[in-house]
Design a protein around this ligand. Structure first.
Ligand code: SF4
Length: 275
């Protein structure tokens, strides 16, 4: 009996092969649950030639807020890692730790190979990294990761945490071709960051924004209003934080309680009366 729909849970490299095999034997299951994490370095980069040209490369993906010049760059999205080792209470990532126990990065030489392929075969000049954490948090790994990207002479943007960005890493990030980085700062109040288990300090967030600006990397902030633990004058505090740090762009979201998150599962602990 063939299912009308199928969900593939977990990494999927093995499950997708199994599902396709099952389609041919008219035995497609409803759920394929791959609990063993794939070694992402064992798999080649995806060949994009089977996609329509409009899905491979686009313009305006690299557009900056403050400076002109990257709007017409032919660009694409790409990902070099899987997972996130943190457990922020508002985020759904921790709910899939049984599939993604930590963070896994592709090897530097594979990263460089994939970028060279995109440049050569798809005329790509810019890449938007979709990794949750674009730059590995350990110094040694960050350096080899950034050097691998840098030697391809590509322009890139991405997102990362505020910790792990030291003066040395900020400089290397710029040298590797980074034009903009999104930072998950979330709140201007330390008590909120502690409550949502963000595991960052306000002072470090300010320092990292400054490091990006010093190195001519556009600093884009992700901020949340309405998070648990906010004081009554949160609006002023947020505004003062933005004025003081002067980021290039702020993405402001309203706090939402999503199924699977810690705030959803233990809403009372966060002062949420009803979900
Ligand atoms: S918000 Fe970012 S750092 Fe926190 S768990 Fe989610 S992906 Fe990881």
């Amino acid at each position: 009996m063939t299912s009308l729909y199928t969900a593939i849970l977990g990494d999927g490299e093995e499950s997708i092969v199994q599902a396709i095999t099952d389609i041919f034997s008219l035995d497609l299951k409803k759920i394929y649950d791959q609990h063993i994490s794939a070694d992402i370095n064992l798999y080649p980069y995806p060949l994009r030639k089977y996609l329509p040209a409009s899905s491979i490369a686009k313009k305006k993906l690299m557009t900056l807020t403050q400076n002109k010049g990257l709007e017409d760059m032919l660009s694409t999205t790409i990902i070099f890692s899987r997972g996130c080792p943190y457990r922020c209470a508002f985020c759904t990532m921790p709910s899939i730790t049984q599939y993604n126990p930590s963070v896994r990065f592709r090897k530097p030489e594979l990263i460089a190979d994939e970028i060279e392929y995109l440049k050569r075969e798809c005329r790509i000049e810019g890449i938007n990294l979709l990794d949750e954490i674009a730059i590995p948090l350990s110094r040694k790994k960050a350096i080899s990761h950034l050097e691998a990207i840098g030697k391809t002479n590509i322009t890139w943007r991405g997102q990362c945490r505020v910790d792990g960005i030291t003066p040395e890493i900020a400089k290397l990030t710029r040298q590797s071709g980074c034009s903009a980085l999104g930072l998950g700062v979330e709140s201007a109040e330390q008590q909120v960051l502690d409550m949502i288990d963000k595991k960052i300090k306000i002072e470090k967030a300010k320092e990292t924004i400054g490091l990006l600006k010093e190195n001519n990397i556009e600093a884009r902030l992700y901020m949340i209003m309405g998070a648990p633990g906010e004081s009554p004058d949160i609006v002023n505090k947020m505004w003062n934080f933005i004025v003081e740090t002067s980021p290039d762009l702020v993405h402001l979201s309203l706090f939402t309680v999503r199924p699977g998150t810690e705030v959803y599962n233990n809403s009372k602990k966060y002062g949420i009366k009803e979900v």
